[in-house]
Design a binder for this molecule. Structure first.
Ligand code: BGC
Length: 502
């Protein structure tokens, strides 16, 4: 694969034959990746581990969601076995090594460590499993980035109100402290919560993710609020009790598309785009990186819609009180999950009903020139990532950024020679290089989603994001590298090292 940039092998790089050396950056070539840039891939516990009841693991809301009712997940599939990484971790490690990753992002299953969600009962088998994963990674020179929460709340905590209840805040904090205490001597990069937007909206408003609630216009804002409180509390715990010794960094992973006005000359489209950004990126990024509170655009849109629909009572978007932990400043870097872009004009779902879509009054449109990758929502727009990175730099106080997820899906007939995905990674990484080199964005790492084909939530196994194909019909769950995996491995080598001939 051509990555669009060239490794220079000039005579001033005086390397010994076959010696590995770090390349100097060449301005104007889009290869300004710092020598310590994190080249990674990401997964999540529920999507790969299987072993849903193994060795004392408690059920999570995703186990319940899949088992309880038909019609929620493609083909009535579930994550009971999935890639079986709980038993086949060594195979994953081989994949990680084959790619030459410097970093691997994984999530911990809360219910595997604490089956009822509380530290009253610790499942030592779960602790052993993650200790082995972390130790194995480090012994192969791969740094773990660990997500504490990637959509899979212990069912026992859902039964007590889940993320809608304020009680979740101290419970999450205890879990986070337990993880910092147990694994923090070796883990230096932490994500508290993955994509609060998705948990809040898809899980509590649209009902298409666990816990499957359809409580439009109210619960998602409450869930988002409790997630911010839980994140901030855990960050403060790390900052006070663990950082001095462990010296790591903690953030939350925020998903956002890049949004542009459908007609750049139309002021209604521009305003709708600002609202869309505020309701997606801003919802979680403004409180943490800018003001300690929600974007004003978001609050006023929700309040005016409430008034229009005669919704009485207090604002549906909660406010931070003096009893809440300080949210502003509770991220040591920006963790960005970027997949796609949208053009925007005014227009909600119906405008007549309570709901995030009608609150934000923004209709998202696909540009017909954008190719679609597998799933219908995933328009391929690598340049949108560069624009979003620049926007983050300019509006969120120029944070250090890790791109913690980005990927391309396959649906339908299996293609091991996945040339479109190869192109996608090539183009995207080139855009990231330009963001660093030309826009001065402080990007520290890039994690492809995903290491393996896996359980893609409501789409089950019908959507494949892996750099490795997993044969789900084979009891051994054999893993086979795609062409895109091979090319990603070459890209990493190309950017990180040069085998120089004297
Ligand atoms: C999630 C992943 C998911 C990916 C692709 C992200 O929203 O964090 O768990 O598999 O998108 O849909």
């Amino acid at each position: 694969m051509s990555t669009g940039v060239h490794v220079t092998q000039t005579s001033h790089l005086r390397c010994n034959r076959y010696r590995t050396c770090v390349l100097s950056c060449v301005p104007g070539r889009g290869n300004m990746f710092p020598p310590d840039f994190a080249w990674g891939a990401a997964t999540a516990a529920h999507q790969i581990e299987g072993g849903w009841q193994a060795d004392g693991k408690g059920p999570s809301i995703w186990d319940t969601f899949c088992h309880q009712e038909k019609g929620r997940v493609f083909g009535e599939q579930n994550g009971d076995v999935s890639c079986n990484s709980y038993e086949l971790w060594e195979k994953d490690l081989e994949c990680i090594q084959q790619l030459g990753l410097t970093h691997y992002r994984l999530s911990l299953s809360w219910a595997r460590l604490l089956p009822d969600g509380t530290t009253r009962h610790v499942n030592q088998k779960g602790v052993q499993y993650y200790n082995k994963v972390i130790d194995d990674l480090l012994s192969c020179n791969v740094s773990p980035m660990i997500t504490l929460y990637h959509f899979d709340l212990p069912q026992a905590l859902q039964d007590q109100g889940g993320w809608k209840s304020q009680e979740i805040v101290p419970l999450f904090d205890s879990y986070a402290r337990f993880c910092f205490q147990t694994f923090g001597d070796r883990v230096k990069l932490w994500i508290t919560i993955n994509e609060p937007y998705v948990c809040a909206k898809l899980g509590h408003e649209d009902g298409i993710h666990a816990p499957g609630l359809k409580e439009a216009g109210i619960s998602a804002y409450l869930v988002g609020h409790n997630m911010l409180r839980a994140h901030a509390t855990a960050w403060h715990s790390y900052d006070s009790f663990y950082r001095p010794k462990q010296k790591g960094a903690v953030s939350l992973a925020i998903n956002s598309d890049w949004f542009e006005p459908l007609d750049p000359g139309c002021k209604e489209d521009i305003a709708a785009t600002e609202r869309d950004l505020a309701f997606t990126l801003g919802w979680f990024a403004w409180p943490v990186f800018v003001t300690g509170d929600y974007p004003e655009t978001m609050r006023s849109a929700i309040d005016s819609q409430s008034e229009k629909l005669g919704y009485g009572g207090s604002s549906r978007l909660p406010s931070f009180s003096k009893d809440d932990p300080t949210v502003l400043g509770t991220a040591d870097f920006f963790a960005l999950n970027y997949y796609t872009s949208r053009k925007v004009k005014p227009g909600g779902d119906s405008g007549q009903m309570l709901g995030i879509k009608s609150d934000r009054n923004a209709e998202e449109v696909l540009d017909p020139s954008w190719p679609i990758s597998g799933v219908s929502w995933l328009a391929v727009v690598p340049s949108g990532l560069r624009k979003l990175l620049k926007y983050i730099k300019d509006t969120l106080n120029n944070p250090a950024v890790y791109i913690t997820e980005n990927g391309f899906s396959q649906v339908g007939p299996l293609q091991m020679e996945d040339v479109e995905r190869c192109e996608f990674y090539k183009d995207t990484i080139f855009e990231v290089g330009k963001a660093i080199e030309e826009d001065g964005v402080d990007v520290r790492g890039y994690f492809a989603w995903s290491l393996l084909d896996n359980f893609e939530w409501a789409d089950g196994f019908s959507v494949r994001f892996g750099l490795f194909h997993v044969d789900f019909s084979d009891a051994k769950r054999s893993r086979t590298i795609y062409r895109s995996g091979q090319e990603y491995a070459k890209t990493i080598v190309k950017y990180k090292r040069a085998i120089c001939v004297q």
